[in-house]
Design a protein around this ligand. Sequence first.
Ligand SMILES: [Zn+2]
Ligand SMILES: [Zn+2]
Length: 182
Amino acid sequence: MRVCPHCKSELQKKRYKGISVEECPHHHGMFFDRGELELARNNADEDLRWLDFVLFTADELKKLQHDQVSCPRCHSDMEALQYAGSSVIISKCPDCQGVWLDTGEFEKMLNYLQRIVAAESSSELAEDWKRQAIEVLVGPKKESEELKDLMAVTRLLEERWTAEHPTIEKILEVYYELTPFK
Ligand SMILES: [Zn+2]
Ligand SMILES: [Zn+2]
């Protein structure tokens, strides 16, 4: 039986953003098994899927002094971690890599990632595009997954370019009109 790390209530299975998580019936914190948080993020916002899971990059995480809570899955002590520059706090199990999020933390995390992407200039996005294009060939994920990541960055880059240079869209329209390759 898996229990809430705070109040020890039995966790209930729940569908959240298309995946199965376990939730505390009292204060609605949620437990994500390894990899599930990334899936939930991708389902919640396709535009963010290409961001490698920055919340798990060790050097960008600050360890907090926090009440010791134990992992619902394997009972190891979880670490309270805060992502640099954000108010997002997660509890992560060092053994099974499961993550506990208190209520509201998922939305905070999503907003934070969206702000990071929105603040990128088109040249920074172009750099991200290049990185993703390389990852399609040699990346850590399956090729089909890397391609989806690349498509997501391509979409963002197109949006950013046409917003910054409205004439590009006009030029592209004319080009598509004239080109024999359709
Ligand atoms: Zn609870
Ligand atoms: Zn664990």
